[in-house]
Design a protein around this ligand. Structure first.
Ligand code: ZN
Length: 433
């Protein structure tokens, strides 16, 4: 493929109102950037990707993930939040404490590939496994090798909201900031911690903070008084917040990330999507960990859509499928602090683009593009570009030994479970006594 490529003749949902949509349009990509979107673009010298019968849109943006957990897939699918927190991190035997840098690497690499294959081109990865700088480097290696765009939200302290001195490496952010470039943007996380908020503010890096309940919302209000809140902060979950806490977020330009499936699976409360929408806050979807919930965005979008439509009353305009697509793309990019680069098919932005096959039994005939996207699944994700590079073509990841990755993840899972002394739950449940 040359440096100029045209995605030709697809149904284009640009997600940019100034660019508009096209029932048959072209997207021209040059040197990794989108240079034009329109009908019948003059592109005689460009490589052509025929998108007839396909839907072309920006890649999805996942604003909350913990990819290191990929080897623990579905382990906590039955968990309530107390099960998850106790089994994952309480005590030296807990599963998270068994992670070696190699486990982190395979989790991040496999998780990034899974996201790419599902059409998610940007992921905010909160590294709750940065026990040592070597663990952090392994995470970054896995992300880098997969070729996904990422905000790496370094969590330099770890514990159940109480910093664990064994894992405290706040200075590591300086090393990462000095070394990182390309598709990975450093940030800080993961909870409402004064030192972390102060560090993020002083370094001018984004902060991704888990706000799991109203008590942490009250702490945010105190932080506002101390000048620690600002537009570079994304608040994850935001469950059960008081109006005064929402007002603190709104006044200071905060962004919101909701994880509809994981939050409801863990019975943490009703997702805060409506509260964010009422205040017109930028809001994106997150998946949280694949140990709890699926991380494909078709599942996420349907979960959010049905959650909102299930609560429709006469006082509000119901969300539309296009509203949901906005949150999955541009809204997510805003919540990831990357909307100047991605989230819409806008000339000048980087070419993170997905092509969805609508010539399929679950998608044809194509009558309503946004609705059809919400009714698709990962099997419709045919082509994926990140920064103009094709990472998935003809429905397959390019140059990836998928079976090799699966074998490495299975080996990692076996080691994690064995070292923690966890029992097999293949045919039972994490809640079985
Ligand atoms: Zn999380």
């Amino acid at each position: 493929m040359g440096t100029r490529t045209v995605l030709r003749g697809g149904v284009v949902l640009s997600m940019d109102p100034t660019v508009g949509d096209f029932d048959r349009g072209d997207v021209l990509v040059e040197d990794g950037a989108i240079v034009a979107v329109g009908r019948d673009l003059p592109t005689s010298d460009a490589d052509v990707l025929d998108c007839t019968g396909k839907i072309v849109l920006p890649g999805f943006v996942n604003t909350h993930h913990h990819m290191f957990q990929t080897a623990l897939r579905s382990y906590w699918a039955d968990a309530l939040d107390i099960d998850y927190f106790l089994q994952s991190r309480a005590g030296d035997e807990a599963l998270f404490h068994q992670y070696t840098p190699e486990d982190v690497y395979w989790g991040e690499f496999g998780g990034a590939l899974e996201n790419l294959s599902a059409g998610t081109t940007t992921v905010v990865d909160t590294s709750q496994c940065s026990y040592t700088p070597e663990h952090t480097d392994a995470a970054l290696d896995g992300i880098r090798r997969a070729g996904i765009r990422s905000v790496f939200s370094l969590s330099p302290v770890f514990g159940d909201h109480e910093p664990d001195p064994r894992y405290a490496h706040p200075d590591d952010i300086h090393r990462i900031l000095a070394a990182e470039s390309g598709l990975i943007r450093p940030a800080l996380g993961y909870h409402v911690d004064e030192d972390l908020f102060r560090l993020a503010r002083d370094l001018d890096v984004p902060m991704f903070a888990h706000v799991n309940d109203g008590n942490w919302g009250r702490v945010l209000e105190e932080f506002e008084t101390d000048g620690l809140l600002g537009p570079a902060i994304t608040y994850i979950h935001c469950l059960g917040l008081a109006d005064s806490s929402w007002q603190a977020i709104e006044r200071t330009g905060g962004k919101v990330s909701v994880s509809c499936i994981a939050e409801q699976t863990l019975a943490m409360g009703r997702p805060a999507l409506q509260s964010a929408l009422d205040r017109r806050l930028p809001v994106g979807f997150g998946t949280d960990a694949v140990s709890i919930a699926p991380v494909d965005f078709f599942s996420q979008m349907r979960a959010a859509y049905t959650l909102q439509r299930g609560a429709v009353d006469d006082s509000r305009t119901p969300v539309s499928t296009r509203d949901i697509l906005h949150m999955a793309t541009l809204g997510g990019a805003q919540a990831a602090h990357l909307d100047h680069l991605v989230g819409s098919l806008t000339p000048g932005k980087r070419a993170d683009v997905i092509v969805l096959n609508a010539r399929a039994l679950n998608a044809g005939p194509l009558l309503h593009a946004p609705g059809t996207v919400l009714h698709m699944d990962t099997g419709n994700v045919e082509t994926v570009l990140v920064d103009g590079r094709i990472v998935k073509a003809d429905g397959r990841l390019v140059d990836v030994d998928v079976n090799g990755v699966l074998d490495a993840l299975a080996k990692s899972a076996e080691g994690l479970l064995r070292r923690s002394g966890a029992r097999s739950i293949l045919l039972t449940s994490c809640r079985a006594s």
